[in-house]
Design a protein around this ligand. Structure first.
Ligand code: ZN
Ligand code: ZN
Length: 464
């Protein structure tokens, strides 16, 4: 079998690994490149394979950097099966149409605002019909139950503990020298995080692909993180203001709801706070999370069965634009969770416009903020930001809480890989920026032989 790195090699986004063997061809993940013009060009470049000749795609989880090019694949003639877990299939049902909508809007905007000599990309990367086409090809599977996408290959999903439905892949195939196992980590979660279970561990791999998003960093403990969150909320309470929390619709919003519930139950924050989830996508993702009770960790299951319904009663899920606008009239005592998580789009921008100019309010940043995003400027201490074509003064307090990552840190990744009974023949470090991947390679390489950072476009032989 041969494996070609089509993305997430030397960078975080664009996860896509092309497998070729006597049995045919397939992909693990078909992700989108994210972050500016260069990513857009890469998303538009022809696939290095012929989509019509692929037999299957094995998806690790719903995040767009792993699934976002499935509509393009379907639009270009792929008619094979797309395997994923049950919860991933449900999340994709929301995420892929939304992604298509964003692509269509972006294309419209580029044409409208086109002034230079260069012709902009007039067409959307893909449209709603392509997203629907991809969704029809989904073949949901249970965790821990082997399935066979084609004769000669057997795949098992194990819980990766990263977001709802996330999995790592154990793929078994025959070679001349015997049965071999390829393990692809997908994105590995950090243990002891709310909602999702802790990651399961691989026990055997002849070949390993391992993510390295935080391959050079350690996260703060959950206890420290909760202390910081409590303090941010209680300070705002003393000043009588509102708390705005920009949160990714899938994952982080549900984490925050759980943690706010926990802090209220423990009496660490006032139970008079009114909590608003103001993002249609976050509301849908919360529904899907509640529907996959069996995939949630024991603490969340317990909390939901004992007091969850009571807690959820104090959470307002806004739907209409009018409901959303009404929140802006609340002078204090509201915790507003809204997307996008990096403040660059969506309803969060309206809330920031209203809440930022007042000293009594707070913005609590709980997720990763990419370079050049509005959220990053707030974290970096900007005194003024531009919103809707206007300068908005930043008088509100900005709290940055860094401990809530959905990705394993260096120690958790080492622990995860350390569960393999014997070192793999080859290990490729993927899904990380150059520095993170290199430092993780050095660390793992000090224990095992044949550890390398994956090279974009390179093909490796997995037949030995
Ligand atoms: Zn992910
Ligand atoms: Zn990822």
């Amino acid at each position: 079998m041969q494996l070609t790195f089509c993305g997430a090699a030397g960078e975080v986004t664009g996860s896509c690994y092309w497998l070729q063997g006597a049995w045919g061809q397939g992909l693990i993940d078909c992700g989108m490149f994210q972050g500016g013009m260069r990513a857009d060009l890469k998303n538009r470049a022809p696939f290095p394979f012929n989509p019509r000749q692929l037999d299957f795609v094995i998806l690790t989880h719903a995040h767009l950097d792993h699934s976002g090019l499935l509509p393009k694949l379907a639009a270009e003639g792929f008619r094979g099966d797309i395997y994923c877990t049950m919860a991933t299939a449900d999340l994709l049902g929301v995420l892929l149409p939304d992604s298509a909508h964003i692509q269509e809007k972006d294309a419209e905007w580029r044409i409208k605002h086109h002034r230079g000599r260069m012709r902009p990309n007039a067409t959307a990367l893909y449209d709603a019909a392509a997203a629907e086409q991809a969704l029809k090809l989904l073949r949901p599977q249970h965790y821990n139950q082997p399935f066979s996408p084609v004769e000669g290959i057997q795949v098992t999903y194990r819980d990766a503990g990263h977001i709802l439905g996330s999995a790592f892949v154990e793929l078994q195939y025959q070679t001349k020298s015997g049965l071999r196992t390829l393990v692809a980590s997908g994105d590995v979660g950090q243990p002891s995080r709310p909602i999702v279970k802790d990651p399961a561990f691989p026990t055997h791999a002849d070949y390993l692909l391992i993510e390295s998003t935080y391959g050079n960093r350690l996260h703060k403990s959950m206890a420290e993180t909760l202390d910081e969150l409590t303090e941010a909320i209680n300070i705002t309470r003393r000043y009588g203001g509102n708390v705005v929390i920009p949160a990714f619709a899938v994952g982080r919003t549900q984490d925050m709801l759980y943690l706010l519930g926990q802090l209220t139950e423990e009496g660490r924050i006032d139970d008079e706070w009114q909590i608003y989830v103001d993002s249609p996508m976050a509301t849908k993702a919360t529904d899907i999370t509640l529907h996959h009770f069996e995939d949630l960790d024991t603490e969340t299951q317990l909390a939901l069965s004992h007091n969850g319904h009571r807690f959820l009663k104090r959470v307002h899920f806004t739907e209409t634009v009018e409901d959303s606008m009404a929140i802006n009239k609340i002078p204090g005592g509201a915790i507003i969770l809204s997307a996008s998580g990096m403040c660059d789009a969506g309803r969060i921008r309206h809330h920031l416009r209203w809440q930022l100019p007042h000293r009594k309010n707070s913005v609590v940043i709980v997720g990763f903020q990419a370079m050049a995003s509005l959220g990053r400027r707030l974290v970096d201490g900007a005194k003024k930001v531009r919103l809707f074509g206007r300068e908005v003064e930043v008088a509100a307090r900005i709290f940055t809480i860094g401990g809530l990552s959905a990705h394993a840190d260096q120690a958790a990744l080492m622990n995860w890989a350390g569960h393999l009974q014997t070192p793999p023949r080859n290990t490729w470090v993927v899904h990380g920026e150059a520095q993170a991947s290199a430092s993780f390679r050095d660390l793992l390489g000090s224990k095992w032989l044949n550890v390398a950072v994956a090279e974009a476009g390179a093909t490796c032989d997995l037949s030995d």
